[in-house]
Unconditional design. Structure first.
Length: 252
């Protein structure tokens, strides 16, 4: 009697397993029927869902980095492999060369034109009106000083009291002495005021040159008031850079 109980239990278990299998088959059949009834879109959705699930599972499986895939310390860039500053590529554009400096001749000092113009030749010690002065081998003397009534013949000239001065130059050299650049000036009175040249018809400046051992004379007229004739100072320069001969005295 006791042997019948296990057999009954096994038969009951088999019946429950058969029933469960039948229930599962029914459910699966229902799902398949519903999928077929809903059409291709559902099949595509189910397939897409299945693919998505499969891809996600694959990604989750393969995206992990194993310890063997990590970069070993030996594969890292060593400091010696870095690009040194000297190995860098220089810019393709190079600066334009600076213009060459203008060389200044050695031993030559710059000349200020204003200072050169203001610098006058030296004047020799003054001598009396009746004395001669020796300059560069020439003998210069005031031949005469005459009181006249000057006449004005050019613009800016004013007729009036004047002094007419005649200068003689004797050439004591062995070459001709040019006298075209002779300059004659006159100052009068205690304050040595500069007299204005007057273009009087009687004037006759130096021209040309003086032959060796020869002489030449030039006449110049200056406006001088009657109260300014004592003293007067006459300056004669035979060349632009030559020393100036100075004659002083009373003109009467």
């Amino acid at each position: 009697m006791s042997s019948d109980v296990p057999q009954r239990s096994r038969r009951c278990s088999n019946r429950w397993i058969s029933a469960a299998a039948l229930l599962v088959a029914v459910v699966v059949g229902a799902i398949v029927w519903v999928a077929l009834a809903s059409g291709g879109d559902s099949d595509q959705g189910v397939a897409a869902s299945a693919r998505t699930a499969t891809s996600s599972a694959a990604v989750g499986t393969t995206s992990r980095v194993t310890p063997s895939d990590r970069v070993a310390p030996s594969d890292r860039v060593a400091p010696s492999d870095r690009v040194a500053p000297s190995d860098r590529v220089a810019p393709s554009e190079t600066p334009a060369p600076a213009p060459p400096a203008v060389a200044t001749p050695t031993g030559t000092a710059p000349v200020d034109p204003v200072a050169a113009a203001e610098q006058l030749p030296p004047s020799l010690p003054a001598v009396a009106l009746d004395r001669a002065a020796a300059v560069d081998g020439l003998s210069i003397e005031v031949r005469s000083v005459e009181v006249i009534d000057g006449r004005a013949t050019g613009p800016g000239n004013v007729a009036g009291p004047a002094l007419r001065v005649t200068v003689r130059i004797t050439n004591g050299t062995t070459t001709a002495a040019p006298v075209d650049a002779v300059a004659v000036n006159l100052a009068y009175g205690p304050d040595a005021a500069a007299a204005s040249p007057l273009e009087d018809p009687s004037q006759s400046p130096f021209t040309g040159s003086v032959a060796p051992s020869g002489t030449a004379e030039g006449t110049y007229v200056f406006s001088v008031p009657t109260d300014g004739r004592d003293p007067v100072s006459i300056s004669v320069g035979h060349a632009p850079a030559a020393p100036i001969a100075v004659f002083t005295g009373s003109a009467g």
